[in-house]
Design a protein around this ligand. Sequence first.
Ligand code: SAM
Length: 246
Amino acid sequence: MKQQQWWLWLIGLMLLVSTGWAGQEDTMSRARQQMVKEIEQDVTVTSGSIGRGHLSREIMRIMGEVPRHEFVPGNKQDVAYVNAPLPIGYGQTISQPYIVALMTDLLAVSKEARVLEVGAGSGYQAAVLSHLVKEVHSIEIIPQLAKECRQRLARLGYTNITVHEGDGYYGLEQEAPFDAIIVTAAASTIPPPLIAQLKKGGRLVIPVGTPFAVQHLMLVEKDDIGQITMRQVLPVQFVPLTGTRE
Ligand code: SAM
């Protein structure tokens, strides 16, 4: 092949690849916007229980931007934007987008907040949170998931999330206290170390109940004098919090 023909062939191939890539990004972006609409519908249907008719606009904008397809296994990318939990391996799941948006909204975080997540899983919930706050610390008990999550978040350019490997029942004493804590696995009771590591004025959102049965999403608030109030928000179904105390 002559030198000039070779270059033309290469440019053609590059154009083909980049057009294909742009096409895939468009498809994902459309699917993501559809997912956002379905979250809005779920919010309307459950407004009586969750005590709000809309979630924060900022959170809905972020849900429309975070590439969920990057957080699911390769063979699930085509269904990455269904409004449902999906398997991520090791018997674990990435949570339903509506629940991710709702839990994030319930935390009512500020830009300066430092947040603890128990149950890093794929890193998707941490990624959503990281757009709203200063710092996210996320603990994962399954070492392989923690490693994959850390690598994924680094590849996607998330710099304000630290993934820790360990049992999140005990929280993260060395980084405490936190403005907000989110637990993304169901506990049989609220772990006392998490309440202790919550700042005054802070919020903890956690599913509580029996594994694989009805659980309730709970909003726990610590007021300015350290008193705790709790409210049941919604029946949910999460994988169980595991570890030595559960
Ligand atoms: N937040 C995750 C996401 O966005 O993909 C989904 C979390 S998945 C529903 C629950 C996760 O909690 C699993 O990855 C599981 O391994 C983890 N987990 C369960 N018990 C734990 C514990 N005691 N400490 C830390 N992580 C735990």
